[in-house]
Design a protein around this ligand. Structure first.
Ligand code: 5GP
Length: 122
């Protein structure tokens, strides 16, 4: 069943300028800003400007331009952060099992230290 977008989620409010953020980059289709509770020396969130709950919603409904715009922005953020070498990780939590907290699609960009293995063991 399709998830309903909550227009008052915290990232929607950041997009509307109602709540401040430490902006890294803005394009036609994406906004990038520093995570308020960083888990690595570089921890940037890249979000689409459109109202998408998560990766499932986005990949089902967004236009080609929005999808390209978001992923181009992710790559550009990592380059601008100087993270291509020695490396970075992107991550997007989708739904309850992934512990997604904010119901507006966001891609985490982590860098600046050895990020360890992909997932902790269950
Ligand atoms: P999730 O668990 O949904 O993948 O990640 C949500 C992320 O949003 C967390 O890393 C959290 O620190 C970040 N976050 C939550 N509220 C705010 C906020 O108001 N501003 C910023 N910049 N980040 C936030």
């Amino acid at each position: 069943m399709a998830k309903t977008y909550d227009p008052n989620n915290i990232f929607a409010r950041i997009l509307r300028g109602e709540i401040p953020c430490k902006k890294v980059m803005e394009t036609e289709h994406a906004l990038a800003f520093h995570d308020i509770n960083p888990q690595a020396p570089t921890h940037i969130l890249v979000i689409p400007k459109g109202p998408y709950v998560d990766m499932d919603d986005f990949t089902a409904k967004a236009s080609e331009a929005e999808i390209a715009g978001l992923f181009r922005a992710v790559g550009e953020v990592a380059r601008q952060a100087g993270a291509v070498e020695p490396g970075y990780r992107i991550l997007s939590n989708c739904g309850a099992d992934a512990h997604q907290e904010v119901p507006h699609l966001h891609i985490h960009v982590f860098a600046g230290r050895d990020l360890g293995r992909m997932l902790a063991k269950a």
